[in-house]
Each structure stands twice: as C-alpha cells, then as structure tokens.
Ligand binder design. Structure first.
Ligand SMILES: Cc1cc2nc3c(=O)[nH]c(=O)nc-3n(C[C@H](O)[C@H](O)[C@H](O)COP(=O)(O)OP(=O)(O)OC[C@H]3O[C@@H](n4cnc5c(N)ncnc54)[C@H](O)[C@@H]3O)c2cc1C
Length: 580
C-alpha cells in the first residue's frame, strides 16, 4: 500500500466549475482536505476563452421570472423548471461574490454594473468584463482558490478512470504527465468538472482539451449521460479556425447579412428589421434558430462561398471605431489576426460552428449523480437548466451556481464517507495501468490517432450536425462503431513516459468515441425536432412522446437509451416565439 495519494474531496477540472466547487467546499469546511486535478494548468481551462458574459438579473427593469421564462423557452421546454428557478435565483449572488473577489465587471458611467443584451433574453442581463469575461472570471476564481491552504493542486495530471468500490466512487486513477507515472488518488467524494466535448466535431469553438473526458469517465462507471443529442452550434464562428466571434458583437448591435447584403433573419419569423435596439428578435434570436437559418440561406444559394465553405457576413461597421474598441476589442483583434480584415471597415465572414454540449453527466440540483460519491458540475454535467438549447451567458453562471452547490454537497458526503478498502482501490489502479500500457501505449496495431479522430469528427458532422435524419444518424452510428473497432488496433510512435502527448491524444480519443456514440444514438432515438436537435424526417416537436430527458447507458454494444420526465413547475409547454 505504498504511495497512495489521499484526500477527502477530489475535483477533476480547474475551470470555472471546478474552482468554484473547491472554494465553496473549502469555505464551508476549512479542515477538509481538497484536491484539484487538471490536465492543463487551471488558467488554460476552456473557461478562459469565454468572451461575452455571464447572465444574472441585476437591473430594476428586469425580474427573476423573466430570466426563468427566457431560459425555459430557450430550452424548448426541456429544462427542469425547478432547477432553472434556483439557478436564476442564485446567479446574481454568485456574480456579486465574484465582484467581491475582484472580478473587474464593466461599468455604466454611473458606476453600477453594466449589462448587455444576449440572444433569447428579453432583458439586458449579461454581465461582462469587456469581451474577455472568461479570462477575468477564471483569474478571479483561481487567485481566490490560492488563499486556501487546504486546496492541493495536481496540475498536468490526466484522470483516466474512476475507482468504484462497494457501490461508491472513491477516487481516480491519473497519469502524472511530467513523469508518466500512473497513480491512485483516493477520496471520499469526486466531482467531475471536466468541461465540454466540442472536439468530437471537426469544426468547433472549443479548445483542443474539450474532449468529453468526464462524460466518458462517468459513462464507463455506469452513470447515464443525459440529453447528449442536444449539441449547440454557435451562429458566428470564423471560417477555417472555428474561433468564436462572441454573441456580444450582435448584443452591441452587429447584424447578419447574406450575399446580397440582406438581413435574412427577417424571412424566418425572427421579427421585422426594426431599427436597433430590438430585443428577442433578429440577430438576438436564440442560437439554434440562427444556425438553422444559415443552412436555409445556403440551400437558397444566398450565402457566400469562401475557401473554407459557405459563409455569411457579420457587420459591425455602423457601431463605429470608438464603440468597437470599447465594447468588443477582442472581436477586432481576432478578425484582424485570423481573417485579415478590420471590422471597423469590413464585414466579418462567419458560419455556424459547434460550441456547447447541452447534455452531460446526469445529476440532480446538488450535482449528485446516481453513483454515490460521484458529483458533476459545469459543462460536463446536465442538471438540466439548458434543455434542448442553452441561452448565451447562462453557462458561466451555471458553472458558478452548480459548481458551488456540488462543492458543498460533495464535501458533506466526503465527511461522512472517507475512502476505504485501499487494497481494492489499488488493485483497480494496477488494472488501469495494465490497460493503458498494453492496449494503448504499447499496442502493436497500425491505426493512427489522427486518422481515427478525423474519421469520428467527419462521421459526426456529416450525419449528426445541424439537421439530421434516421439514415444519416444510422450511418454515423455505424461509422463510430467501426472507428471504435479500429481503435483497438492502435499504434503510437512515442512510447516514452515523460510528457507523452501522443498517449494523451489517444486516451482523449478513447473518451471522445464514447461521448460521440452517446450523442449519435440518443439523436437516433429521439424522433422529433426540438431546440438544437432538428430531424428532417420528424420536423415537429412531439411533447406527447418526447417531453422527456434522454438517458444513455453504456453497454458492450450500442448504448441503452431510456427516458426521464422533465420537471414542469409554473411554465406549461408552449410555442417558442421570438420577435413577435
Ligand atoms: C470560445 C468560447 C466562448 C464562450 N463564451 C461564453 C460566454 O461568454 N458566456 C457563457 O456563459 N459561456 C460561454 N462559453 C461556454 C463556457 O465558457 C463553458 O461552458 C464553461 O466555461 C465550461 O467551464 P467548465 O468549468 O465546465 O469546464 P472548462 O473550463 O472547460 O474546464 C475543464 C477542466 O477539466 C480539466 N480536465 C478535463 N479532462 C480532464 C482529465 N481527463 N483529467 C484531468 N483534468 C481534466 C481541464 O484541465 C480543465 O481544467 C464559451 C465557450 C467557448 C468555447
């Protein structure tokens, strides 16, 4: 029993959700021994790249009920309304807490917190720090976490497996990337705060580390993945790179035009082209609808063909140089650097790009999964407040609200359930070491990680994108199953231990194949259209059969798909109306 690393509470992930969970637990229980494991230095977590802002009611013209209503209607009624209610109630206090910890929220001239409009929100309620909100928010959380000596960090450690013994999660097996050593870290409770899985698609705003690791870890431990078929496309990514042009560009007044310079959104029931400002309409419609409108324009031949496929233009020129520099300076920087145009003088070429996973590890409102001792929060989790379509700026607030809740709940569990059975946990750790060494690191096959990754991504894009149907989804499922088979015949060039990035890429691909499978099979089973899940063979929403969450369980073959009722409190299902 040598060398076991022991903690009370173990958090996988150093992004917004993980850091907020850690500080909440540390504040509540100063003597709790807490660890954060992160495969990258925490400040490199994907949260850092969030631009637009974080949603929370603050102004006197706004109300909690309106934020709740917007979130529920944005979700196409698939969000759990009890969870949305508590999310909306707790978000403002979380954002103020960040202010007190030093987050430099942008200000109105009178010194009060400034808010900007965001898609699908009736009122202006998105707090922002210019257009680098995630950077400032993550810095604030990170520096606050440093105050607590009870928080120990394992930076650049890669978790590969949850250890489950006696029916509860008691830690993880992780690789220390610097040495390549595979270690057991035991704990009374584990929180997965591992972020999204956008990298299962070829064209995404997500950083290279967003590979669905936590989703796959939970899935392999028997925990269902919820609502995985709901994948958000953001309507304005840069062609080629997929780099995000934040919704704040439209929130500040940017417009979308087709090849004729025409504001095409007016043709799709998203409202008349009123002069700015007009909320809930046109460019500030929800992301699912805007991305679908792009495809309709493409089908009508009204998009522009560029070197990286079809595009439309996001025009912010009328805002003027001063406002652009003040409110969306990063948009200008990105457009100049990555497409070589200055948005003060030219429109920005954009197209829809995979941005966010509404689905994730099935949890309740305390972040608890069905597996005792295992919790999840942030993009990796599905509570669910986002349902079939997340509203922009709700995610950062979700990381704070549910990160803190999961931190508190997991801490309470850990205090009552210290890790036990260390010998059994160690045996699992040795098994895992054997698996990584023999079936991945020293496998004697011929398949390359990059080839299989590309095959998976293309299978997802071609059959499981903005529009899907039974045949396309079935084809995606078949291609993924073949890719999974080929993964068993891997070959790595780098067989060393120290910072083996090829090994990490292989293990990430292994996780992504699981996440992709859950997305594709869940999409195949849902024979209706709702939010971001649009089936051309089943174009209507079908509340009678599908006002339900999908739960995908891992099996040896195709996942088992089950359903769970949606919690409806005060807002019965209705049509989504924008711009009316
Ligand atoms: C470009 C971009 C802009 C965005 N803008 C906004 C916005 O303006 N407003 C908004 O509300 N939302 C925005 N979002 C969404 C939002 O930023 C994310 O959903 C949110 O930041 C996710 O935070 P997280 O803490 O769940 O995960 P992340 O910040 O992604 O962190 C995941 C953590 O898990 C760790 N990890 C993962 N796998 C492992 C493993 N196997 N072993 C060890 N560690 C692991 C990583 O090291 C990392 O620390 C944006 C997203 C993108 C991509």
């Amino acid at each position: 029993m040598v060398d076991v690393l022991r903690h009370d509470l173990l958090i996988i992930g150093g992004g917004a959700a993980g850091l907020r969970a850690a500080t909440a637990a540390a504040q509540l229980h100063p003597r709790l021994n807490i660890a954060i494991v992160s495969k990258v230095y925490p400040m490199r977590s994907h949260t850092v790249s969030a631009e637009g802002g974080a949603g929370g009611v603050i102004k006197s013209n706004d109300s909690l009920d309106e934020h709740i209503q917007d979130t529920i209607s944005g979700s196409d009624w698939l969000a759990d309304q009890d969870a949305v209610e508590l999310f909306v109630r707790e978000a403002p206090a979380e954002l103020l807490q960040l202010e007190h910890w030093g987050c430099p929220w942008s200000r109105e001239p009178d010194g009060s917190v400034a808010v900007r409009p965001f898609g699908g929100m009736q009122k202006e309620r998105t707090w922002f720090a210019a257009d680098k909100t995630g950077f400032h928010l993550l810095h604030t959380l990170f520096q606050t976490s440093l105050q607590f000596s009870s928080i120990r960090r394992y930076d650049e450690w890669f978790a590969t497996r949850l250890v489950v013994e006696n029916g509860r999660c008691q830690g993880v097996v992780a690789i220390e990337l610097r040495t390549g050593q595979i270690r057991l870290i035991s704990a009374g409770a584990v929180i997965l705060a591992t972020g999204g899985a956008g990298r299962i698609f070829p064209f995404t705003t997500n950083g290279a580390i967003c590979t669905g690791d936590g989703m796959a870890l939970a899935y392999r431990a028997g925990v269902p993945l919820k609502d995985m078929e709901f994948v958000q496309y953001h309507p304005t990514g840069l062609p080629g790179t997929g780099i995000l042009i934040t919704e704040a560009a439209r929130g500040e007044g940017g417009i979308l035009v087709n090849k004729d310079g025409y504001r095409y959104l007016q043709d799709y029931g998203l409202g008349p082209p009123d002069p700015w400002p007009r909320l809930r309409a046109m460019e500030l419609g929800p992301r699912d609808k805007l991305s679908q409108c792009f495809v309709y324009e493409m089908q009508k031949g009204r998009t522009i063909q560029g070197p990286y496929g079809d595009i439309v233009y996001l025009d912010v020129r009328h805002l003027g140089e001063k406002k652009i520099n003040e409110k969306i300076p990063f948009v200008r920087e990105l457009a100049r650097k990555y497409v070589g145009i200055d948005p003060v003088h030219e429109p920005i070429p954009v197209r829809p790009v995979v941005h966010y996973m509404m689905g994730g590890v099935h949890t309740d409102a305390q972040g608890a999964t069905p597996l005792p001792g295992l919790y999840a929060a942030g993009e990796a989790a599905c509570v669910s407040i986002n349902g079939a379509n997340r509203l922009g700026s709700n995610s950062l607030s979700e990381c704070l609200v549910f990160g803190a809740r999961a931190g508190r709940a997991a801490a309470a569990f850990a205090r009552e359930h210290p890790a036990a059975d260390l010998a059994a946990l160690e045996a699992q750790s040795r098994d895992e070491e054997r698996r990584i060494t023999t079936t991945v690191l020293r496998a004697e096959g011929t398949e390359r990680v990059s080839t299989l990754r590309q095959e998976m991504q293309l299978a997802m894009e071609s059959g499981c994108g903005i529009f899907r149907d039974e045949a396309s989804l079935q084809e995606t499922c078949n291609r993924l199953a073949r890719a999974r088979g080929r993964f068993m015949r891997l070959w790595l060039d780098d067989r060393s231990r120290v910072y083996n990035t090829e090994l990490v890429a292989a293990l990430e691909l292994d996780f992504m194949l699981d996440a992709a499978e859950a997305v594709a099979y869940s999409a195949l089973a849902r024979t209706e259209s709702r939010g971001s899940h649009q089936r051309t063979d089943h174009p209507q929403r079908d509340d009678a059969r599908f006002l339900k969450h999908t739960l995908a369980y891992r099996t040896g073959g195709a996942p088992r798909v089950d359903y769970l009722d949606v919690a409806i409190t005060r807002w019965p299902p209705a049509q989504r109306v924008y711009g009316g």
